[in-house]
Write a protein that binds this ligand. Structure first.
Ligand code: GLU
Length: 440
């Protein structure tokens, strides 16, 4: 039997990470087994499934490299087929018409009245329910529209889907779905319900917890490879504590028996770390393009900056960039002498007594160095720190804030060397003067 799986989202304009996680699992499953990964757009809600919403969905899939193997199926186009099947179910006694007072006629599917309804979930194990705890349900509304359960199952039959991998919010629906399959004379596919994605409190992860839509991560400068890798681990463990995996490695390792049934915690710190790792390994040309775009958008870019210096800046910034949106905010001082000062850093590191004198002493000491390199600047600050009893840290922090306006950044000595002795001296002297004048 050839494996056929599908991603069946209902486009709403934004693609939630929980949804795209299901797409990723289906895609990996299909690629691992050499099966087909299909897309079915469940677009029956005409108000939400606008052409724009569908475009967003297709864009996100392309961005993440979620390639599908056949033309997408649009559920709304199958309406006539859904209604015809509902009639057939009525004819065969699996469903009946019901006239709700004043509301018109709907079609109701019959659930079994005795015994059990059960299925074996490939992630959650056996799932069952007593028939008496199930209820007949509407499959065609009185307004003539087929409901989700009917459309979903019929499309899965028509697309010859062998495995349904989706979020566990559908566990309950599956009792209904397998009965429709059987009533249609089709053996139900295999099911794998993926664990819920939860926040730090164990509650379903939602937009209230932070970025929840794929587009938001893209805008913040998360790389598709990193987001893909991170989402693949929400409910799946490749073993041996492996975390950073190439797409080929994920495809090779992906099996449903390594999927977990317990809730998957969305840990933004981990995603940020992982994205930083992916950015660090990005070829310089790719990093450079994104870097320039972001610095330009931030208004800091200077075309006249020599290429060598630009490359030097990127060599310092790339290894410590966690997501691209950080970039303009932490790069101004590379490009301009008028760089902003972070208020907290200013208060903590530069507003103490004796700071202007200290910065001036550094300038004087730097002027005596035979070469202005990493080793020499470090030795200079260390010696001065020892002499003053403040240690290296007591020197590094004020100097860093003075030359960059920020408390964090690349290694200070690399930064000093990149800026060069003269620029460093000018910056330190200027800050000292402004501090004395109370204008900083
Ligand atoms: N449109 C449904 C959803 O997005 C489909 C679920 C499924 O069967 O995969 O939740």
């Amino acid at each position: 039997m050839s494996i056929r799986v599908r991603f069946a989202p209902s486009p709403t304009g934004n693609v939630h990470i929980g949804n795209i996680r299901a797409a990723i699992f289906n895609w990996l499953f299909a690629r691992h087994l050499g099966g087909a990964f299909l897309l079915r757009v469940e677009d029956t809600d005409r108000e939400r499934s606008t052409p724009e919403a569908i475009r967003t969905l297709l864009d996100v899939m392309a961005w993440l490299g979620l390639t599908y193997d056949e033309a997408p199926v649009y559920q709304s186009a199958q309406r006539a087929r859904h209604l015809a099947a509902a009639e057939e179910l009525v004819r065969q006694g699996h469903a009946f018409r019901e006239n709700k007072e004043g509301k018109g006629e709907c079609i109701v599917f019959r659930m079994p009245k005795e015994g059990k309804v059960e299925y074996h979930d490939l992630v959650k194990g056996p799932i069952r329910k007593k028939a008496e705890d199930t209820q007949d349900f509407v499959i065609v509304r009185s307004d003539g529209n087929p409901v989700f359960h009917l459309a979903n199952v019929l499309d899965d039959i028509d697309m010859r889907i062998t495995h349904i991998i989706r979020g566990d919010d559908h566990v309950e629906n599956t009792f209904k779905h397998i009965q429709i399959f059987r009533a249609m004379g089709v053996e139900p596919p295999q099911y794998a319900h993926l664990p819920m994605i939860v926040n730090a409190m164990g509650k379903p992860y939602s937009k209230r917890d932070g970025a929840a839509f794929v587009g938001e991560f893209r805008d913040q400068g998360f790389l598709p490879e990193a987001l893909f890798n991170f989402l693949a681990l929400l409910g799946w463990a490749p073993g041996e504590d492996r975390e950073m995996l190439t797409r080929d490695e994920m495809v090779a390792a992906f099996t449903l028996d390594r999927c977990k049934s317990s809730a998957a915690r969305f840990d933004i710190k981990k995603l940020t770390w992982m994205n930083g790792e992916y950015i660090r390994h990005l070829p310089l040309a790719l990093f450079a393009a994104e870097f320039e775009t972001r610095v330009r958008a931030g208004g800091w870019w200077r075309d006249e900056l020599p290429v060598a210096e630009r490359v030097g800046i990127m060599a310092l910034v790339q290894p410590r960039t966690k997501f691209f949106a950080e970039i303009p905010g932490n790069c101004a001082y590379f490009f301009h002498e008028e760089y902003p000062f972070d208020a907290k850093s200013l208060e903590k590191r530069l507003h103490g007594p004796g700071v202007p004198e200290l910065l001036e002493a550094v300038v004087a000491h730097f002027a005596t160095l035979p070469v202005f390199d990493h080793a020499a600047t470090e030795a200079a600050l260390r010696a001065m720190g020892d002499e003053r009893g403040v240690g290296l840290g007591g020197m590094v922090h004020p100097v860093r804030v003075a030359v960059s306006g920020l408390s964090d950044g690349p290694g200070l000595f690399e930064l000093l060397v990149l800026l060069g002795r003269e620029r460093v001296a000018n910056r330190l002297l200027r800050v000292a003067t402004r501090l004395r004048a109370g204008s900083l």
